[in-house]
Design a protein. Structure first.
Lengths: 570, 428
């Protein structure tokens, strides 16, 4: 299993554009929080979750629907953003650094703000919560897909683009015949990763409770949480089981067939995937109904393609072009003025911050940083030996990888209530417990990357070290650590991002009607939203983004560059 | 012949840094007529491919313009088709679908598109592979798909960017032969072809004109017509001569090119010893001054190929002429046959000075140089501009044999030098 990660090269120092991008994000954030602060009427709606197992299918469908809608928006957004960013050099110069920062920001830190803002926009209606949930899943899964599409359409071989140009294909034809097929493999891989990540955010959203305000949405997440709250292990098992089953079904019926099918879009230079069979795909290709359906779709696309060449369409499109340009400009203007307005508001919100608040934020950030580091170290200490063992022993890999994949497919947030139940029973607090919760979200990224790294160490290097009697600690120093270094760094980057995300849901929890919290930036964000301290909410959310992006720039990316230049086995 | 594509004062340059300009192409004026198969030659970095892309409308020139049928070419034009070095096939499409890509925007119905695509596939010899995917095909077959895709749109002009350089030698040879067959039989719908290549042999084998570019910046160095009939024999003298000539043009600095080209084709001396020529001429004289060449060869039990150099030598010296398979002595030839040894030398000397370019040049050089002694290397170097090294040596040897017989000059074998034995006044 590989984890594709794309990081543009030039973003290793802080440039003027980074400051600009950061200001944009500050504006977006302050807009969200400004809207949230407008919410005055009390929120009373609470949803009754019925633990009767026969309701599970309905909850599951609602959860699936949220993921599906968020994914669809992500896909459309990715394609739009990818195209727009590669339109001119100026687009690229702003949009790519923006993308880079957006993807490293811990999305969950926005959860309280976004939920409050949406409630303020749609007072007393469930739609606000639904939108907030979909928005968060979207922001959790869109960036890597966007990077993948952008990267794909910018690495299309020059001569293939020239073919399209010489034959004067329409934009639609180009999209259909070249851009989409070329980016298909990357998009499908990243879609799979994104949807897996989407479950994490879905669960967090569905379970979201702030003190007396119950923002839960009916779904698998709230089902599991309610069951855990009531201490009903039986129902927790039902909920978790359904979710795992769903994830497995999605894997068998959608992702695996898609990956096998997408092999046809492979360029000669890329080696084939090992998995070239999908029994479900075989069933599908045998189906007459499906063949008829694809024929129907093909003729439909064919007619649209024809239309994209017709003269009527062209003249119309030139008028359309003008209109769309005008509308685009207007939208841009509105967004810009909105952002400026939000920024001014943000200044007035931030001016409420006292020195004491800053000290509180710093202190909280210190505790969270300690916890994140501890989670990473603990995760590393078990995944490193286990991952290397599995990676170097193909037999063990065959046996263990399936189990680990299923374990990893369970979003950490879904297990939180269960873990909390356990923590309360043994009487532990959240100070240490939060670390354990973070661990759940981070260890798998590390493990998978270490396995991939260890299995990519060339056989002859392993044999040579055996021949020279390199063993024990020296073997790790000479062979294993340098061999897995790039993978290790990739894993650590993703894991640390996951750990920061997890601070929101692990440092402050509402369980069985009572609030449990510990000192930390995540807890500060949640508690300040609960108490309506919007200045503190804005400052702490902002500060968390700054810490994560800063660590990314100063530590991870430097190591990543080192990994790419020095420790690449080519 | 109508002009299909014309480049007018094309210049292409790139800005490097703030204000440093790199000129890739400069002052390119070319006219491509219908019926022409033009190859663009140049060292790597000469901007050949850029020129081709400018002709295709893919790259905009910095200065100048491209005229397609007299009208400025603004963007790409479907009737100008391109074949790419990397084939540029879509791996997710079958052969048929790949060929259809070019037809999509042309307003054909599905049925017409299919028909035209199949015809093009048939033309390049890929019948039966319509439903194969590119990855199932060999490199040569893939390029055939690339060519079929270009031909399917019935282009007026076909631009090929090093189409054979990604193929192995044998496959490339095979494909070149097939393309030439299509071209000369008029089966290709195109009126003209432009081929970018760095392979001189390929250019001489395929094209009707070679355009040689300089590099840094790319300017037109020479346009050399290749007037050989198809199919071309790579071992023929004319083929090798053109190969050498283009090679020389490629490597020599631009200032020397006019000299090289103005002299035209250098006279070729058949490898014949004077004694043998005399023998032939006397024999023919005894037979009445006129013989059938084939009858003569069978009488002497010699191959025509063996006897021909002698006849050609006699012809060059104006001792005889060839007419409808007969060899007829001229008056001078008859006189030479009848003369005694001393007279023979005088007549031969006169004939050689009048008719043999190389002997004339040797004499000129020997007479102008004060010590009247010149190294053979000097002449061999001149000859190497026109002939292969081996052939140059043969030419020199023949000239020395003839000159010594005529007592025009002497040859010091050990020193490898030619020299005049005595100063003579010669009417040249």
């Amino acid at each position: 299993m590989k984890i594709p990660i794309s990081i543009p090269f030039e973003t290793f120092r802080v440039r003027a554009i980074d400051i600009g991008v950061f200001l944009i994000i500050l504006c977006i954030l302050s807009l969200i929080i400004y809207i949230a602060s407008q919410w005055t009427e009390p929120y009373t709606r609470t949803i009754q979750i019925d633990l009767n197992p026969k309701n599970i299918p309905e909850y599951a469908i609602q959860s699936l629907f949220r993921i599906f809608v968020a994914y669809l928006i992500s896909l459309i957004f990715s394609i739009w953003y990818g195209y727009t960013a590669s339109r001119t050099k100026y687009h690229e110069k702003v949009m790519i650094p923006l993308l880079d920062i957006l993807q490293s920001i811990p999305v969950l830190s926005f959860l309280p703000g976004v939920v409050l803002a949406m409630i303020a926009l749609f007072p007393g209606k469930r739609i606000g919560l639904e939108i907030a949930c979909i928005l968060l899943i979207f922001t959790g899964q869109v960036w890597n897909m966007t990077f993948s599409f952008y990267h794909s359409i910018n690495t299309i071989p020059k001569e293939m683009k020239e073919v399209v140009k010489t034959f004067k294909l329409s934009k639609f034809s180009k999209f259909l015949k070249l851009d989409l097929p070329f980016s298909a493999i990357g998009l499908i891989w990243n879609s799979m990763m994104s949807v897996a990540g989407g479950w994490f955010f879905l669960m967090a959203c569905e379970m979201f409770v702030l003190e007396d305000k119950d923002f839960r949405l009916p779904g698998l997440g709230s089902y599991i949480q309610t069951a855990a709250n009531l201490g009903s292990i039986e129902h927790v098992v039902y909920g978790l089981g359904t979710m795992i089953l769903l994830i497995i079904i999605l894997d068998i019926c959608i992702w695996r067939p898609l990956i096998v099918w997408s092999q046809r879009f492979r360029m000669e230079t890329i080696p084939p995937e090992e998995e070239r069979e999908s029994f479900f795909l075989n069933i599908l290709t045998g189906s007459i109904l499906l063949r008829k359906l694809t024929n129907l779709i093909n003729t439909f696309i064919y007619h649209i393609e024809k239309l994209s060449y017709s003269k009527v369409f062209l003249t119309k499109s030139s008028l359309l072009n003008l209109i769309s340009k005008l509308v685009g400009f207007l939208i841009l203007l509105i967004i810009f003025s909105l952002l400026v307005w939000a920024f001014i508001n943000a200044l007035s919100i931030i001016s409420l911050i006292k020195l004491r608040d800053i000290i509180t934020i710093m202190e909280a950030a210190f505790y969270s940083l300690l916890r994140v580091s501890a989670a990473l170290i603990i995760a590393l200490s078990w995944t490193l030996p286990v991952g290397v063992y599995i990676g170097l022993n193909p037999k063990a890999a065959k046996f263990l990888q399936g189990i680990i994949q299923i374990a990893a497919s369970v979003p950490a947030t879904a297990v939180f209530p269960v873990i909390l139940l356990f923590l309360i029973k043994i009487g532990g607090g959240l100070d240490i417990g939060a670390i354990f919760l973070m661990l759940l979200g981070t260890q798998w990224y590390l493990l998978f990357n270490i396995i991939a790294g260890a299995s990519s160490i060339p056989k002859d290097l392993i044999e040579i070290s055996r021949a020279y009697g390199i063993k024990g600690l020296r073997k790790w120093k000479v062979l294993i650590l340098p061999g897995i270094f790039p993978y290790l760094i990739t894993g650590l980057i993703t894991a640390s991002g996951g750990a920061w995300n997890a601070t929101i849901v692990s440092e402050y929890v509402s369980f069985g009607g009572q609030i449990m919290q510990t000192k930390g930036l995540g807890a500060l964000i949640s508690s300040s939203s609960a108490s309506g301290n919007f200045a503190l909410l804005l400052a702490s959310t902002c500060f968390m983004s700054m810490i994560v992006v800063g660590i990314n720039r100063l530590l991870w990316k430097r190591l990543f560059l080192l990994a790419k230049t020095k420790y690449t086995l080519e | 012949m109508e002009v299909i594509l014309e480049t007018k004062n094309i210049k292409k340059s790139y800005l490097v840094g703030r204000n440093r300009e790199i000129v890739v192409l400069d002052n390119i004026n070319l006219k491509i007529h219908s019926g022409q198969f033009i190859s663009i030659l140049g060292q790597s970095g000469a901007g050949k491919s850029t020129l081709l892309r400018i002709m295709a409308g893919l790259v905009e020139p910095t200065e100048g313009e491209v005229l397609y049928r007299g009208k400025p070419l603004k963007k790409t034009e479907p009737k100008i088709a391109v074949v790419f070095q990397s084939f540029a096939l879509f791996p997710w499409f079958t052969v048929l679908e790949n060929v259809k890509v070019g037809l999509v925007g042309q307003g054909y119905t599905e049925e017409e598109m299919r028909e035209k695509a199949l015809k093009a596939i048939d033309l390049v010899g890929l019948d039966g592979f319509e439903d194969a995917y590119p990855r199932e095909l060999s490199g040569g077959m893939r390029q055939r798909v690339g060519i079929a895709r270009a031909l399917a749109v019935q282009p007026e002009i076909l631009l090929m960017d090093e189409p054979f350089s990604a193929l192995d030698v044998l496959t490339a040879d095979n494909l070149r032969g097939d393309i030439i067959d299509l071209w000369k039989e008029g089966k290709m719908p195109t009126k003209a072809v432009v081929l970018v290549t760095h392979n001189i042999e390929e250019a001489v084998y395929m094209s009707t004109q070679a355009v040689v570019l300089t590099h840094n910046p790319g300017r037109i160095k020479a346009e050399i017509p290749i007037e050989l009939s198809y199919p071309r024999d790579k071992n023929s003298r004319d083929f090798k001569f053109l190969l050498d000539k283009i090679y020389t043009v490629l490597v020599k600095p631009p200032e020397e090119i006019p000299m090289l080209l103005v002299t035209g084709r250098y006279q070729f001396l058949p490898h014949a010893k004077v004694g043998a020529i005399a023998g032939l001429v006397e024999l023919v004289h005894d037979k009445g001054g006129k013989v059938d060449i084939y009858a003569l060869s069978s009488e002497l039990s010699m191959e025509v190929d063996d006897i021909f150099p002698l006849i050609e030598a006699a012809h060059i010296l104006d001792f005889g002429e060839i007419r409808e398979g007969d060899f007829i002595l001229t008056e001078k030839g008859k006189k030479w046959a009848e003369a005694d040894t001393l007279q023979k030398k005088e007549i031969f000397k006169e004939a050689a000075l009048q008719n043999v370019q190389l002997i004339k040049q040797i004499m000129q050089v020997l007479l102008t140089i004060s010590k009247h002694r010149v190294s053979e290397e000097f002449f061999l170097d001149i000859l190497k501009n026109h002939f292969t090294p081996d052939e140059s040596w043969n030419q020199f040897e023949t000239a020395v044999d003839w000159g010594r017989y005529a007592e025009l000059f002497a040859y010091d074998y050990d020193a490898g030098e030619l020299y005049l034995e005595e100063l003579q006044s010669i009417d040249m």
